[in-house]
Ligand binder design. Structure first.
Ligand SMILES: [Zn+2]
Length: 322
């Protein structure tokens, strides 16, 4: 099965509805305004492609033929998601419903190269899946998958998507780690105007504005860690001084949380956000410290744990289906 078996916008609409809960053909026709005949054809195609299955008969309201309820086939397709962090590579395998089937993490040596990452990916990613999503620090270009990540010395204008596609023989999509993070959060619950603040080896945000991931004109949105918070402050990996990331890294404990809270308050003011999700290993080490310091909006800590970015990267691939 490959993505080309999904022929139309209508196929995706039906698949999205089935994902949202077990449904009959008749209720899909009601929801979409498609004719029952069209729905039957689409469902037949999705079943033939192995994406959807019938779960049994439901009799809604007395007489008439019982209706077959439909659901996603969890094993109808798999996708991998990877997170290239500054010191480790995390990889997850997701089933069609977005659930994690397996997860692994391997350390990356200091000054690791793109071929080190490709070699590690090759050992962890099995063929025959829908594709691989890779989350990595920006800057990068989402459209062509060329990356020049901050904090990875020697990585400049690396055509990561092309290299990975050649090496693995799979469709590959590359996005910022923070965009993968916000996609994962939005997969589990409705979010409209939200930021996922990611505090790991680097610091950034994934933005969801009006319910859509906001990448900006050149995929550069969300370089929140490299906005200046202290003129003439400490030197940052990006080459400038006093960035949020550098000031936060130079502080510890409550002071670090206060630095982050000041920056997040600016962000909330600028974009009128109503939900903030905190994530990344620094936050997961002491969530209460960070939660207490945050401004007065709906703030929570991610429920995904350390695999937030690789899961979101895998969802980039699955998202093509819906
Ligand atoms: Zn910086």
């Amino acid at each position: 099965m490959d993505l080309t078996s999904l022929r139309s916008h209508n196929d995706r609409t039906v698949l999205r509805l089935v994902r949202s809960g077990a449904l009959s053909r008749a209720s899909i026709a009601d929801e979409t305004g498609l004719t029952p005949q069209a729905v039957s054809k689409i469902v037949a195609r999705l079943i033939a492609a192995g994406l959807v299955e019938e779960t049994g008969a439901v009799r809604d309201g007395g007489r008439g033929k019982p209706r077959m309820s439909l659901q996603l086939r969890a094993d109808g397709g798999f996708a991998y998601g990877a997170y290239v962090d500054r010191d480790e590579l995390r990889v997850v395998k997701l089933d069609l419903t977005g659930e994690v089937v397996s997860a692994s993490v391997v350390p990356l040596a200091p000054m690791f190269t793109p071929s080190d990452v490709l070699e590690a990916l090759e050992s962890l990613v099995e063929p025959g899946v829908l594709g691989l999503g890779i989350g990595i620090a920006g800057p990068l270009d989402f459209r062509d998958g060329v990356v020049s990540p901050n904090g990875l010395p020697g990585w400049s204008e690396v055509p990561l998507r092309k290299l990975a596609e050649e090496r693995l023989g799979l469709p590959v999509v590359v996005d910022k780690d923070t965009n993968a993070a916000v996609l994962a959060e939005a997969w589990r619950r409705p979010l409209e105007d939200a930021a996922v603040v990611f505090v790991g080896t680097g610091l950034g945000v994934g933005l969801l504005l009006g319910g859509e991931v906001h990448r900006g004109a050149r995929s550069g949105a969300g370089e929140f860690g490299h906005t200046t918070i202290q003129l003439d402050g400490p030197l940052c990996v990006c080459g400038r001084r006093g960035c949020v990331e550098a000031v936060h890294a130079a502080a510890t404990g409550v002071e670090a949380a206060r630095v982050l809270a000041a920056a997040v308050t600016n962000l909330v003011q600028l974009l009128d956000l109503d939900q903030i999700v905190l994530s990344g290993r620094k936050v997961l080490q002491s969530p209460e410290l960070y939660l207490r310091a945050m401004p007065d909006v709906d703030v929570s800590v991610t429920s995904y744990g350390p695999d937030l970015v690789p899961i979101g990267a895998g969802l980039l691939v699955l998202g093509e289906l819906f």
